[in-house]
Design a protein around this ligand. Structure first.
Ligand code: SAM
Length: 268
């Protein structure tokens, strides 16, 4: 089992090289709370998540849980909830959530749990942004290590083609950091994952909240133009992609989720 990191200091000697502070959740946790509260008021995404890999009565990991917004929701049905988060500054908020989740410092590449011990792993906008520059195989290997045979990884990702959020993303230079849409589909397909689109929405309590979150997530000119074109909006349509990968059943054979070396993993 990988060793636990130093719990106290995000800049301590054993802080992981793989950790990059999230520009939204990491730098603006209060605003990210408002963003999370705006997500999926009609529960479309939530029901798709349950349908993809039910966690009632099971052990679920929220990988890259941030301040743990979703931990109480998982805890309502799960047997055990574990939040994993590399940013030490976010751990106290995650641990203060109701529901009794355990929150550990760790990352996708270093999950401080034994092998074959988890039924479902969710990664919500965390770590899995594969591109030529961003190798996500180490984290995928680690998730496959901790999943029980037949267990499921569900990655909640942005759909870059459907919904008003995708339109904003397309206008934003920051989209590059999320990888290119077709290459992302291919990356997951090469590893045996199923990718399904889900259309949902953001609904804010006020126009001011919407504006503040858009200005956090996008360059100010992109956010400003969109707000000017939608003068009455307090929300927007939001397309998600769910990438679902199931750990092979049985432990006798080594796990195979990577494509063969000849596959064109990053072809665009
Ligand atoms: C956009 S935030 C999402 C937080 C949370 N999943 C949510 O939906 O509220 C991305 C999170 O991924 C975390 N993160 C960064 N590097 C990571 C890594 N290597 N493994 C796991 N999580 C990571 C960040 O610290 C941050 O908390």
């Amino acid at each position: 089992m990988p060793s636990l990191w130093n719990e106290q200091s995000p800049t301590s000697g054993n802080a992981p090289a793989d950790f990059a502070k999230a520009p939204n959740q990491g730098l603006h946790p209060e605003l990210y709370e408002i963003e999370n509260a705006a997500i999926d008021h009609d529960d479309t995404l939530w029901h798709e998540l349950i349908g993809a890999a039910p966690w009632a009565g099971k052990r679920i990991v929220d990988l890259g849980c941030g301040t743990g917004y979703w931990l109480p929701r998982y805890a309502a049905d799960a047997r055990e909830v574990i939040g994993i988060e590399p940013d030490a500054a976010l751990l106290p908020a995650a641990r203060a959530r109701s529901g009794g989740a355990t929150v550990l410092r760790g990352s996708a590449e270093h999950i401080p749990l034994p092998g074959d011990s988890v039924d479902v792993v969710h990664a919500r906008f965390a770590y899995f942004f594969p591109s030529d520059e961003n190798d996500c195989d180490p984290g995928l290997d680690e998730v496959m290590r901790v999943l029980r045979p037949g267990g499921s990884l569900v990655v909640i990702d942005n759909d870059q083609r459907r919904g008003e959020f995708a339109d904003l993303l397309a206008e934003s230079s920051w989209a590059d950091a999320q990888g290119e849409g077709r290459a992302i589909h291919r990356w997951w397909a090469d590893r045996g994952a199923e990718t399904n689109p889900v259309m949902s929405s953001w609904s804010f309590d006020s126009r001011a909240d919407l504006a503040a979150v858009l200005r956090m997530e996008f360059p100010s000119e992109v956010a400003g133009d969109w707000l000017a074109r939608h003068p009455d909006a307090t929300g927007l349509s939001y397309g998600y992609l769910l990438h679902l990968l199931t750990a092979p059943a049985g432990t006798a054979a080594p796990r195979q989720h990577k494509p063969p070396p000849t596959a064109t993993r990053h072809e665009r």
